[in-house]
Design a protein around this ligand. Structure first.
Ligand SMILES: Cc1cc2nc3c(=O)[nH]c(=O)nc-3n(C[C@H](O)[C@H](O)[C@H](O)COP(=O)(O)OP(=O)(O)OC[C@H]3O[C@@H](n4cnc5c(N)ncnc54)[C@H](O)[C@@H]3O)c2cc1C
Length: 288
């Protein structure tokens, strides 16, 4: 199916994009990689009258070392995140998660900001943002504000972005000694999206887990942190027994339904198994 007709506007700068957003009111959509928006338009689930292309703003795709955090422009492609030396060195979990997105074509076109703004409940990157404690930078008519990843994903395909705002940057705290992360994903065999994806980042000091953040995607209406798992890790010895005990809480408080992807019992088991695997690898990386 073809999308409904629309007017195409290449934005030359963030200010240009914001001005176009303001000019066309409710009618425009930002276009980044187009790998979520265009399929939705072809299915006529969305028919924006104006597309504002932000994929041609050079400064918006930069990945830079900000010292205590890695700064990633909103239109950085998934492939650029995977191959970035600064990402691989300072936040290896993010490179690992991005490498699980779709296939090379998707990773060469899709952008980090597009994925986060789209907020697909089965997308990979939201889990990483939660596990890494990232901060998202939104720019709008009133200026720039920062949003903690914990507050960004509000519901199915819904975020804390206001109308007229756009994501401009993602800041991911750099990891140092004693920190380790891992991502375990069970992909849907047809789409490649996560049936479940667990991103875990732990900090270990003197044989004790001093901090843990675990983000889950795929099994809920939005990406979420697994608070019961995190609580069962923090302050405990960095051992396989701690991991097993914590992973047993992976489905606590979650309600699953039987559907084409599996029974509710199967999904609960998937959550526990993938949490255990992600935590085991994260601990191994933290103590290597
Ligand atoms: C076949 C296929 C397989 C895929 N597999 C996976 C997978 O396994 N895992 C996964 O996570 N994803 C997967 N994806 C999605 C892919 O990662 C998309 O690239 C991503 O979700 C959207 O990024 P984009 O840059 O293409 O955004 P677009 O499609 O251009 O935009 C998506 C939405 O975000 C808005 N938007 C874009 N940029 C911004 C911004 N800076 N600020 C505010 N709003 C913005 C747009 O207006 C639109 O509403 C797949 C896609 C396809 C087509």
């Amino acid at each position: 199916m073809y999308p409904a007709s629309f007017e195409y506007h290449p934005a030359a700068s963030v200010q240009d994009a914001l001005a176009l957003l303001a000019k066309y009111g409710d009618e425009p959509k930002l276009l980044a990689g187009g790998h979520s928006l265009i399929p939705v338009m072809k299915l006529r689930f969305a028919s924006p009258a104006h597309l504002i292309d932000i994929g041609r703003i050079p400064a918006l795709s930069a990945i830079t070392d900000g010292g205590s955090a890695v700064h990633i422009g909103a239109t950085a492609r998934h492939a650029s995140v995977v191959s970035s030396p600064v990402v691989r060195q300072k936040v290896p979990l993010l490179a690992e998660v991005a490498s699980h997105i779709g296939d090379p074509l998707i990773r060469n076109m899709g952008t980090i900001g597009g994925s986060l703004a789209h907020a697909d409940p089965a997308a990979d990157l939201p889990a990483a943002m939660l596990a890494l404690g990232a901060t998202l930078v939104a720019t709008g008519p009133a200026g720039t504000r920062t949003i903690a990843a914990d507050d960004f994903f509000t519901d199915v395909f819904t975020t804390a972005l206001h109308p007229g705002e756009m994501l401009t940057e993602i800041r991911v705290p750099a990891r140092g000694a004693g920190s380790g992360g891992a991502y375990e994903k069970n992909p849907d065999p047809a789409s490649g999206y996560a049936i479940v994806g667990i991103a875990a980042q732990v900090q270990v000091s003197g044989g004790t887990i001093t901090a843990a953040r675990v983000g889950m995607t795929g099994l809920g209406p939005k990406a979420m942190r697994l608070a019961a798992v995190e609580g069962a890790l923090t302050g405990k010895p960095a051992t396989a027994a701690t991991v097993a005990a914590a992973a047993a809480h992976a489905a606590d408080g979650l309600v699953f339904v039987d559907d084409a992807r599996g029974s509710a019992a199967y999904k609960g088991n998937l959550a526990r198994v993938h949490t255990r695997r992600a935590l085991a690898r994260a601990l191994a990386a933290a103590t290597a």
